[in-house]
Design a binder for this molecule. Structure first.
Ligand code: GMT
Length: 380
């Protein structure tokens, strides 16, 4: 098939999923056209079957605000025409689904043919649970989702939430996030051992958190959990990523006088190496429709201590692959971590369970779900 994929290229899990999906589909022989304002960061170097089309923006002085949604729709029209795409896939509904709707209608009006391009959208999370609910977006979001030829959501939680919150009665297919289990697996090479020696010279346990440091990630909770854990277990904390809450977190670490034990890594590519030296992944989010970084941690055999929100219980199985707690229950999450780190036999079992659970979300299992979905939509 010839598939146009639009996503946020530089930031967040939805862009990662869209890019990894495009790469996996290209490997399986599909022709993939990324349409966005920048090259998706996870795209890497040249790959056969992958094309990139940049959305150009004109700075006309009258336009106080950039008209990206319109420029994107026009680019979608152009790429579909030139490359005879079968389907457009808009990841993260705002504004991509709206642009895709516009593109489809333009192409339909040209061909006067109901068989023209189809568009599908994948709902990832904050497009539905947060931003999409703002009055300035809500009616347009509801309309764009309703008019899509097909909709997927990354968890059952998100599919149900969409129908309820937007008062939509549409079948939303659940296709979860996926992970490359060959890439995300525990490494034990020289570089990784060097990382371990550097972070934990006395073989301390390592807690890790990876996110974009937005308020809903509750990174301060991670620090407070660690502060409790370190009183009982010799340990270190690695914080990977960057974002609005980072400065407050740096401040908190200093107030708690634990700066020597906490590493703020900023944005990193060496996720597999960092996860390979870690013992527990902490995800205490306020809202999380799936939790891609928890899945990547589990794939490296790292048990997860998470909150119970959104789609997290669909991934992290309580007392099997990790632990689940109420949002903000720092004390309980810290206790789970201390108990687990103090029981090597239980840890071993949980680590194996985490890896096994991640295998249920492997690229090989999930990507065919998208292929089957596209085929159904194109044939409809
Ligand atoms: O979590 C973020 O802040 C990034 C966000 C995004 O839209 O890029 O991630 C969302 O999509 C991911 C991929 O489907 C999911 O794994 C995340 O759970 C989801 N984030 C939230 O729901 C907060």
């Amino acid at each position: 098939m010839k598939i146009g994929i639009t996503c946020y290229p530089t930031y967040g899990g939805s862009g990662v999923v869209a890019t990894e999906l495009g790469k996996a589909l290209a490997k399986r022989g599909h022709e993939i056209h990324f349409i966005s304002y920048a090259v998706p960061t996870r795209l890497g170097g040249f790959m056969d079957n992958i094309y990139y089309h940049e959305v150009e923006m004109n700075n006309y002085p009258l336009f106080e605000f950039p008209l990206y949604s319109i420029a994107l729709a026009s680019k979608m029209v152009e790429v579909t025409r030139f490359h005879e795409l079968d389907i457009l896939h808009a990841h993260y509904a705002i504004p991509h689904a709206t642009s895709a709707f516009l593109a489809r209608e333009i192409l339909r009006s040209e061909t006067h043919n109901a068989m023209s391009i189809r568009f599908v959208t994948t709902l990832h999370g904050t497009d539905i649970t947060l931003t999409g609910l703002e009055p300035s977006f809500l009616p347009t979001m509801k309309f764009s989702i309703e008019k899509a030829d097909g909709v997927t959501a990354v968890s059952k939680f998100l599919a149900d939430k969409t129908n309820i919150q937007y008062k939509i009665d549409k079948h939303i297919e659940v296709i979860p996030n996926f992970v490359d289990i060959e890439k995300f697996k525990r490494k034990d090479d020289e570089q990784t051992n060097c990382f371990k020696k550097n972070f934990a010279p006395n073989n301390e346990k390592i807690l890790i958190h990876i996110s974009n440091f937005r308020a809903l990630k509750r990174v301060q909770d991670v620090i407070k959990i660690y502060d409790e854990v370190r009183k009982k277990v010799d340990s270190k904390l690695i914080l990977v990523g960057d974002g609005p809450d980072r400065s407050d977190c740096e401040l908190l670490v200093r107030e708690l006088e634990i700066a020597d034990h906490v590493r703020f890594m900023g944005k990193q590519d060496a996720l597999v190496e960092l996860l390979s030296i870690s013992d527990i992944f902490i995800m205490p989010s306020q809202s999380e429709s799936f939790g891609l970084s928890a899945l990547e941690a589990m794939s490296c055999g790292v048990p997860v201590i998470s909150s119970s929100v959104g789609g997290l219980p669909e991934l992290n199985l309580h007392r099997e692959t990790g632990f689940i707690s109420e949002i903000g229950d720092v004390e309980r999450m810290a206790k789970y971590a201390v108990d687990l780190l103090s029981d090597p036999r239980r840890y071993e079992v949980m680590s194996k369970n985490a890896r096994k659970r991640a295998e249920d979300f492997s690229e090989e299992k999930v990507v065919p779900m998208y292929e089957e979905f596209y085929e159904r939509i194109v044939a409809s």
